[in-house]
Write a protein that binds this ligand. Structure first.
Ligand code: AMZ
Length: 371
């Protein structure tokens, strides 16, 4: 088991824009015979076939899922090719030789249940961990660590539709506002009136989940005058609604397509099985969504290490990148600090920077333009 370098024999979409040298991770158990289909080999005292391609069959001897951004680029190319997408724009993992130009924003999460800061496990209201009873203090702590945005969810409202945490949201917005940090809030925004309650308390952007499924015109209406994101929370590929208690029968890409021209800032895409579970994000699925939908995508659910974050920040699908990630339990459990997360991401997105940067919002070049 080890990292080793590929030696390319011939061009292939699999490695369209992979950097040089191409480091990948092997867990060897067998060697296949050499032949015309071999795209790349690896030196293990002999030239071991490592990448094989015949027509639409691709095979790897190494583990793409363990091979960082090179593996991710390969898997993304595979998804794109399988869907018949145009591969002329190279799909690649991030290379320091081609630093991305768009910001990647880390959104520390404050999930509110009965006025307290909690995290649910896989969205299950019966598996809540309470991390504090002062949401404003939590917001202040995040801001002190350099937060660029704060992501808050009214879990009571997500389940019942009734906004019972408005005082806590106002308090979060007050301290964040003092620090110049915008706040986005989701949960129970299913009417213009509910959105108004939030904007009146200083919320910069609302996240609509259930309403995006059940009343998509509301997204259009709100997005015409305010900042809106669409929250797509999926279990086994099916978008869930009403606090993730009910399924919708529709896929993320299907629902997202409705909002391409709606003027929304972003999609906030949550993999429910990973949420609060510290198992790593669905990086390949998120990258595939970038192929399908031309709306900025924020990843949510599963981030457990700084590597998870830098892998997300490094996603590059034909020049498109993820706009950011929501991080919750990893921060509360002390896996890493928000400051470390922001610095780690900056090292990927802007390798020349010192790790400090301004407010990103998921929309390249439009930070702070509305409202
Ligand atoms: O954890 C949950 N059960 C949960 C959760 N975190 N249910 C909903 N939400 C969040 C979504 C989105 O930000 O991620 O609430 C928002 C969607 O709420 P609504 O009411 O618009 O569906």
């Amino acid at each position: 088991m080890q990292w080793n370098v590929l030696e390319r024999r011939r061009p292939s979409a699999m490695l369209a824009a992979a950097p040089d040298p191409v480091w990948v991770y092997f867990v060897h158990s067998y060697v296949v015979p050499d032949g015309d289909d071999v795209v790349a080999t690896c030196d293990y005292g002999m030239a071991v076939p490592a990448l094989v391609e015949r027509d639409n069959v691709w095979a790897t001897q190494f583990h793409p899922e363990k091979s960082g951004t090179v593996g991710l680029g390969l898997l993304t190319s595979f998804v794109s090719a399988a869907r018949g997408s145009d591969l002329s724009a190279p799909l690649s993992g991030h290379s320091p030789r081609h630093p991305r130009m768009t910001p990647f924003t880390v959104f520390p999460a404050i999930d509110l249940l009965d006025g307290r800061c909690v995290r649910l496990y896989q969205g299950d209201y019966d598996q809540a961990t309470t991390y504090g009873d002062d949401p404003a203090a939590q917001a202040a702590a995040f801001c002190a660590e350099g937060a660029q945005w704060v992501h808050a969810v009214d879990l009571d409202a997500a389940r019942s539709g009734l906004q019972t945490n408005l005082d806590a949201i106002a308090a979060i917005c007050s301290v964040a506002g003092d620090a110049g940090v915008p706040v986005q809030v989701g949960g129970g925004v299913r009417s213009v009136a509910a959105a108004r309650e939030l904007f009146a308390r200083g919320v910069t952007r609302v996240v609509l989940g259930t309403a995006a499924l059940e009343d998509p015109d509301l997204v259009d209406t709100l997005a015409a005058s305010h900042r809106v994101a669409v929250g797509l929370d999926a279990r086994d590929g099916e978008v869930a609604v009403r606090g993730w208690v009910e399924g919708s029968g529709r896929s993320v890409a299907d629902v997202a397509a409705r909002f391409v021209d709606a003027g929304v800032d972003a999609l906030v895409v949550t993999d429910i099985a990973r949420d609060g579970a510290l198992v790593g994000p669905d990086t390949v699925g998120l990258a595939a969504l970038l192929v399908d939908v031309a709306i900025p995508v924020l990843a949510s659910g599963g981030v457990s290490t700084l590597d998870d974050l830098t892998t997300l920040a490094a996603v590059d699908v034909g020049g498109r990148s993820l706009a950011g990630a929501v991080v919750g339990r990893a921060l509360y459990e002390g896996a890493f600090t928000l400051g470390a997360a922001i610095a780690a991401v900056a090292a990927v997105t802007d390798p020349g920077s010192s790790g400090t940067h301004g407010h990103g919002d998921g929309r390249p070049g439009t930070a702070g333009s509305r409202p």
